[in-house]
Design a protein around this ligand. Sequence first.
Ligand SMILES: *[C@@H]1O[C@H](CO)[C@@H](O)[C@H](O)[C@H]1NC(C)=O
Ligand SMILES: *[C@@H]1O[C@H](CO)[C@@H](O)[C@H](O)[C@H]1NC(C)=O
Ligand SMILES: *[C@@H]1O[C@H](CO)[C@@H](O)[C@H](O)[C@H]1NC(C)=O
Ligand SMILES: *[C@@H]1O[C@H](CO)[C@@H](O)[C@H](O)[C@H]1NC(C)=O
Ligand SMILES: *[C@@H]1O[C@H](CO)[C@@H](O)[C@H](O)[C@H]1NC(C)=O
Ligand SMILES: *[C@@H]1O[C@H](CO)[C@@H](O)[C@H](O)[C@H]1NC(C)=O
Ligand SMILES: *[C@@H]1O[C@H](CO)[C@@H](O)[C@H](O)[C@H]1NC(C)=O
Ligand SMILES: *[C@@H]1O[C@H](CO)[C@@H](O)[C@H](O)[C@H]1NC(C)=O
Ligand SMILES: *[C@@H]1O[C@H](CO)[C@@H](O)[C@H](O)[C@H]1NC(C)=O
Ligand SMILES: *[C@@H]1O[C@H](CO)[C@@H](O)[C@H](O)[C@H]1NC(C)=O
Ligand SMILES: *[C@@H]1O[C@H](CO)[C@@H](O)[C@H](O)[C@H]1NC(C)=O
Ligand SMILES: *[C@@H]1O[C@H](CO)[C@@H](O)[C@H](O)[C@H]1NC(C)=O
Length: 793
Amino acid sequence: RHSRNHTAMLNILTFVVCVLVLEPCSAEENEYVVNDSSKKLSEVPQNLPTQTKILDLSINNISHIQADDFNYLLQLQKLNLSFNLIQEIGSDVFGANKELESIDLSNNKLYNGSCGFLVHLLALKYLDISYNKFKTITLGSEFKSLFHMEYLGLSTKEIHKSDLQGISHLELELLFLELSNLSVYELGSLQILNTKKLHIVLPETGNALSSLVLDAYNASYVLELTNVSSGDCLNAVSQISKSSKVTSLTLSDVKIHWVEFVLRVVSNIWHSSVESCQIYNLEIIGKSVPYAHFNYTNTLMKALILKTARIDAFYFNQNDVYILFANLLIENLTIYDANMLFMLCPSHRSKFRYLDFSKNQLPDDIFQKCTNFSALEILILRDNKLKQLYKVSLMTSNMSSLRQLDISRNSLVYDSGSCNWSDTLKKLNLSSNKLTDSVFKCLPRKVEVLDLQNNKLRSVPSELVSFEALKELNLGHNRFVDIPDCTSFRNLEALFVDANSIHVPSSNVTHNCQNLKAMRAGDNPFTCTCSLRDFISLTGRSDIRMIGWPESYVCRYPDTLAGTLLKDFHLSEISCSTPLLLLTILAPMLALVALISVTCHYFDLPWYLKMIWQWTRTKQRMLNTNSQELPESVVYHAFVSYSQHDSAWVKEHLIPNLEKGDSTLRLCQHERNFIPGKSIIENIINCIEKSYKSIFVLSPNFIQSEWCHYELYFAHHKLFSENSNNLILILLEPIPQYLIPDKYYKLKSLMAKRTYLEWPKDKNKNPLFWANLRAAIKFNLQDVNKKISSCLA
Ligand SMILES: *[C@@H]1O[C@H](CO)[C@@H](O)[C@H](O)[C@H]1NC(C)=O
Ligand SMILES: *[C@@H]1O[C@H](CO)[C@@H](O)[C@H](O)[C@H]1NC(C)=O
Ligand SMILES: *[C@@H]1O[C@H](CO)[C@@H](O)[C@H](O)[C@H]1NC(C)=O
Ligand SMILES: *[C@@H]1O[C@H](CO)[C@@H](O)[C@H](O)[C@H]1NC(C)=O
Ligand SMILES: *[C@@H]1O[C@H](CO)[C@@H](O)[C@H](O)[C@H]1NC(C)=O
Ligand SMILES: *[C@@H]1O[C@H](CO)[C@@H](O)[C@H](O)[C@H]1NC(C)=O
Ligand SMILES: *[C@@H]1O[C@H](CO)[C@@H](O)[C@H](O)[C@H]1NC(C)=O
Ligand SMILES: *[C@@H]1O[C@H](CO)[C@@H](O)[C@H](O)[C@H]1NC(C)=O
Ligand SMILES: *[C@@H]1O[C@H](CO)[C@@H](O)[C@H](O)[C@H]1NC(C)=O
Ligand SMILES: *[C@@H]1O[C@H](CO)[C@@H](O)[C@H](O)[C@H]1NC(C)=O
Ligand SMILES: *[C@@H]1O[C@H](CO)[C@@H](O)[C@H](O)[C@H]1NC(C)=O
Ligand SMILES: *[C@@H]1O[C@H](CO)[C@@H](O)[C@H](O)[C@H]1NC(C)=O
């Protein structure tokens, strides 16, 4: 969606720019083309755009052309008026069209002497006035100044020696003569021509035919004869001889019996001046194809091309046909689209260097054990019925000069069987077959260029003999999910893996490809995530050329990026690099943790937090209890119990700190507030009952010497229930669990609840400790102040 918006924006921009500049920006050519072909026009349309360069008026009903039809089209370059009804063109018609390069007036009704218009067209390169009504065609002075003429198409019924005089000075590329209604030909007329190629549509019959063809053989080095179908034609065509001029002869639309074809056409051409012969659209007529002896000796022929051949007969000895071609002693042989079912091994050492049997029905049994192709360099068996790759390899094993093999567009597979390729094979085309990964076990060792396009490959197997010579490998249009690395092809220079199933190429794509210079990997379903960045970075490397970049490298996934060019896909460094990402996220966290632990370590933060929490809780509780009625008996804020060993701490720290500056706080010490005559335990109980809170200063000494009193007491008095708030435990020193005897249930449970205040060794913390303790025991006792004295009394 993103990219489409982009394109739309661009289009609008372009449009605006175009409107502003008032000039066509895009498709410059199209702006100047007017195509009025097949519009049933009966005359040339008026008011065409004045800048028209190409005007197509073909296939209409135009019969008259006037001077002002084209005189405002000053830039006109190409005009097509073919398939109309034009009879005449006035000599003033193209007076203004100095740029006109090409006029097609074929298939009209022009007749004698209607070519006066040519005098103006000094730039003319292409003129077609074939298929008209010309009876004679006298190419006179109007052709004198057409020095740029390259193509000329004519048709006529009569040719006289003087007719072609007017073009004898032109060096034409191609002269096309449509002479199917020729009735008069004056011998020697064609001799004065100066054309690179001559193409003649032959008349079916007539006296003129023979002398025409005879002259044609001497008129040009390259000759094409079309419509060689009648017996007369055949007679004419077979006149070719060693002394003819033509070296390249093309016969098209040839309809002939097999014997005549061999003995009169091929045989005559074979022993003539022709070095290269092409036969297009050959139809072998007749019910039988008998054996025809062929004299192979003494030829100049180097190449024979047979394209599109049909044999009408059903039953014939195919070998008679095949052996004729197999034994031709020429360098190049092409038999294309001829329904050939088989081909024989030459019965002697052949001269073939180039064989092309494309588009036939050849099976993989051909040329097995054939040792007579020792000169063959290029073999093309494209589009046939080859199946087993190993058989094809055996076929090549005795082709000791084979450099190039094209066996594309067959049904080749490789399952098993030992392969034995020609040692000299450098270029192998296996595209468009049914090959799988196993093909790598059956490849020529020294292959340099390998095309495996459009097969069923998924990966390059890991254990492979290495292909040291391989320079170019095409794996396009297969099923690869990753770009193979070069472990087995160390010298690879070009790798094509376009149109596969590669989502994210692995990061070490070019790991072993030291010599890689070009890569084509477009048209894959790229998944645009961080992992793709390594691949994209490849495109920036100057030593590797990415073919098709950027237009064929497009994100397919994720959906939000579908259609985006890889070129436009950017992700920040941070979001893609895991270490970097971790660093950016973790670093602040680590810093925070460090800060906290430093704070804790140096300032004992947890302790402070705990103290503050306890203090707040105490305050909270006090708010709740404030309203409660206290028992009458309470006269002290707290009773303090401690071991004799800790009395120093109590006297020096606890009492001064609790009573200091706060005379309202009163403590009951069993030493100080001892009532004589009562037992220790009675004194203690007395103190506890008169106090709002009970403070126990816990230490190992206290537990060993004092706690026994209270454990017993707690067992009998419910005053200090489990949930009681009245107990305050101060832990003077840490007490290991094992020091607490099992019988002290109460102490154990209190200690387990951790509801004690720890005496901090750190002096700085003492004020908070005292504040907390004071808060815990502070209570307004002013009403009961009087009672204290009575208690003391
Ligand atoms: C004009 O259009 C016809 C089809 O309508 C096409 O065959 C022909 O090539 C076009 N001519 C040019 C000059 O583009
Ligand atoms: C030319 O006109 C005739 C009749 O006037 C019509 O039959 C024919 O189809 C037209 N040809 C074209 C190419 O328009
Ligand atoms: C002119 O038009 C005809 C019919 O559309 C076409 O066959 C022919 O090739 C065109 N000629 C040129 C020179 O393009
Ligand atoms: C063409 O010229 C020939 C003689 O060269 C003449 O007999 C014939 O009448 C002419 N045809 C036309 C239509 O002018
Ligand atoms: C050849 O002549 C016949 C009859 O005279 C005519 O029907 C045919 O159209 C002519 N062919 C050409 C290409 O002029
Ligand atoms: C063709 O030209 C050669 C010489 O270039 C000549 O010997 C031969 O007789 C000519 N053939 C014909 C049919 O005119
Ligand atoms: C070839 O000749 C046949 C008559 O035998 C004719 O119908 C056909 O139009 C000719 N072909 C060409 C391309 O002129
Ligand atoms: C083959 O043709 C050559 C002349 O081109 C001739 O001398 C030879 O006798 C012929 N051989 C046969 C077997 O006809
Ligand atoms: C034979 O084929 C080769 C390879 O296509 C080509 O280079 C050469 O020109 C051909 N020779 C002839 C005489 O056509
Ligand atoms: C190859 O040629 C030799 C003669 O050079 C011949 O004896 C042999 O039969 C030929 N091989 C085949 C398979 O035809
Ligand atoms: C043909 O190839 C086979 C191996 O495939 C080899 O043994 C034989 O010698 C070769 N023959 C020739 C004539 O090269
Ligand atoms: C390339 O990467 C793949 C996985 O990403 C790994 O399995 C392989 O070993 C790597 N190859 C090399 C040569 O580093």
